[in-house]
Design a protein around this ligand. Structure first.
Ligand code: 5GP
Ligand code: ZN
Length: 113
């Protein structure tokens, strides 16, 4: 999608500190990390957010979670644990309207909301 920063990163039209790529997703470090390890898993297909996902996206969404699991292991945060977050629209603080899964770890996280 035009003017979408995550579509541009996925298409390599914009730089990012990448950690993983396959034919369906790309993962890269968040530019403004909230935790010592903060990585985003982003599908190459543009979907605005989880609320817009369709039945046909089921496999892709599951794939994103398993890619996050692998990255967490690679970054050595899986033993102590980590958080996976999808922000959905305004009340959750979604600022980039291209679905992305946050991997947050490397420290003890405060409880939710
Ligand atoms: P959201 O609040 O939409 O769930 O999270 C979007 C995340 O994308 C934020 O944590 C923000 O720091 C990150 N971000 C925004 N623009 C860029 C960018 O151009 N490059 C990278 N690597 N991260 C970005
Ligand atoms: Zn996009």
């Amino acid at each position: 999608m035009e003017n979408c920063i995550f579509c541009k990163i996925a298409a390599k039209q914009m730089d990012a500190n990448r950690v993983y790529e396959d034919n369906k997703v790309v993962a890269f470090y968040d530019i403004n990390p909230k935790t010592p390890v903060h990585i985003l898993v982003v599908p190459k297909k543009h979907i605005d957010n989880v609320d817009e996902a369709k039945k046909e996206d089921e496999e892709l969404l599951g794939h994103m979670i398993l890619v996050a699991q692998q990255i967490a292991r690679d970054k050595k945060i899986s033993d102590k644990g980590y958080r996976l977050v999808f922000n959905v629209k305004k009340h959750a603080g979604q600022i980039v309207d291209h679905i992305h899964l946050h991997i947050l770890g490397g420290k003890l996280l405060s409880s939710m909301a």
